[in-house]
Design a protein around this ligand. Structure first.
Ligand code: SIN
Length: 333
C-alpha cells in the first residue's frame, strides 16, 4: 500500500505575506495556501522517502484569532486522517502565537491509540513566506523529516531545528526564530542536516482524555476567563466579571487566576473568589512564574493547577464540558 503524509494548513506567519520582503513585523498572517507553501520547499519529496504528499486547508487565519471551533475542526480532521490505514503521519502548519493552546487542546482529545503509532507534527514560522530569508520552508522540511522517521509517533512541534513534545511547549520570544521552549520537560531531539538526533525517550504523551474527538461535536463550550492577581489590584475587574457572570449569550462558568509565586492570591481577591465559588463558578489558580508549578494544590480555598494559564483554561473548559455531557448522558434512560 502506498503510504501518505498529510499536511494540514491552519494559516499563521508561515503562510504570511508582507508588502516589503525585508519587513518581518508588519505583515498579514494566513494568506498563502498550504499547497503553495509546500510547492516552495525544496527536498520535500526526498524527505518523505517515497510516500505520497496530500494537503488540506483546514483554516487560514492569524492564530491570535483562533477559537474553540477551529480546534474542534482541526481535531476532527486529524482524527479522520489518523484513522486511515494508508496515512503514516500528519504535519500541521500553524501560527506561533497560540500554537501552544492548540497543541494542548489536541493532546487532551486526540486518541492515544493512534498517537502511539503515528506522529502529528506541528510546525510554524516566525517570518512570513514573503521574507528574503523565510524560516517556514526549513521548518517544514525538518517537520517532514521527523514525520517520515521510522517509528516516529506522538504529538510533536518542530521549530528551528528542535523537536518538542507539543503539549509542553510555550512560545517564549516574540521575534527570535527559535521562539519555543520545552521548559523543564526538555526537548526530544534535534534535526541536524536532514537527520534526527534524539536526546530523550520518545514516549507518546497521553493527555487527560477528558473528551474524545467524537464527543466534541456534542459539546456546548463553557466560558472560562483568566484574571490576574498582581500588586495593587483592587478586585474591580473580578467584581465586574462575577456580577455579570450570566449576562450575554455564554454564561461564565470558570475562572483561572494567574497569581505570583506559588499561586498566592491578593487579599482583595480572596473574598470575591469565594463568592464566585458559592455562585457555582469553578475557580483554579496557577503560578505566573516562568518555571515550576504551584506546589500544594489544595492550599487555600482555590485549587492550584500545574499548568500555564492558557492551558489551565483549556483543561477547565474540557472538564466542565465533560461534566455537562455526562450529566446529559446520565439523565437519559
Ligand atoms: C500567528 O500566530 O498566526 C501569527 C504569528 C506567527 O505565526 O508567528
Amino acid at each position: 500500500m502506498q503510504k501518505k503524509v498529510v499536511f494540514l494548513g491552519m494559516g499563521g506567519t508561515i503562510a504570511g505575506l508582507s508588502a516589503q520582503a525585508a519587513d518581518h513585523v508588519a505583515y498579514a498572517a494566513g494568506q498563502v495556501p498550504v499547497q503553495q507553501i509546500l510547492a516552495g520547499v525544496p527536498g520535500l519529496a526526498d524527505a518523505l522517502a517515497g510516500q505520497a504528499l496530500v494537503c488540506e486547508q483546514v483554516a487560514q487565519l492569524d492564530s491570535k484569532d483562533m477559537d474553540v471551533a477551529h480546534w474542534v475542526l482541526l481535531a476532527q480532521r486529524l482524527q479522520h486522517h489518523l484513522e486511515q490505514a494508508d496515512v503514516s503521519a500528519l504535519v500541521v502548519t500553524h501560527g506561533t502565537d497560540t500554537l501552544e493552546e492548540t497543541a494542548y487542546f489536541l493532546s487532551c482529545v486526540l486518541s492515544a491509540e493512534y498517537l502511539r503509532c503515528k506522529p502529528v507534527v506541528l510546525t510554524c514560522a516566525m517570518r512570513p513566506a514573503s521574507a528574503h530569508f523565510p524560516d517556514g520552508p526549513g521548518n517544514l522540511l525538518d517537520a517532514a523529516v521527523v514525520a517520515a522517521m521510522p517509528g516516529c509517533h506522538g504529538l510533536l512541534l518542530v521549530c528551528a531545528g528542535t523537536i518538542h513534545r507539543a503539549a509542553m511547549v510555550q512560545k517564549v520570544h516574540p521575534y527570535r526564530l527559535d521562539a519555543f521552549d520545552s521548559g523543564e520537560a526538555g526537548e526530544l531531539g534535534f534535526v541536524e542536516a536532514g537527520r534526527v538526533r534524539c536526546v530523550a525517550e520518545w514516549e507518546a504523551l497521553a493527555g487527560p482524555g477528558l473528551l474524545t474527538v467524537e464527543q466534541l461535536a456534542q459539546v456546548q463550550w463553557p466560558r472560562v476567563d483568566i484574571v490576574h492577581s498582581h500588586a495593587g489590584t483592587d478586585g474591580a475587574l473580578l467584581r465586574c466579571l462575577i456580577a455579570h457572570a450570566n449576562a450575554g449569550t455564554t454564561p461564565l462558568r470558570g475562572l483561572v487566576v494567574v497569581a505570583p509565586g506559588n499561586g498566592s492570591i491578593h487579599r482583595a481577591l480572596e473574598p470575591l473568589l469565594q463568592q464566585a465559588q458559592l455562585q457555582g463558578l469553578r475557580v483554579v489558580r496557577v503560578s505566573r512564574c516562568a518555571q515550576g508549578q504551584v506546589v500544594g494544590a489544595s492550599a487555600g480555598s482555590v485549587l492550584g493547577v500545574p499548568l500555564p494559564a492558557v492551558k489551565a483554561r483549556i483543561a477547565l473548559m474540557l472538564e466542565l464540558a465533560r461534566a455537562d455531557l455526562l450529566g446529559v448522558a446520565s439523565a437519559r434512560p
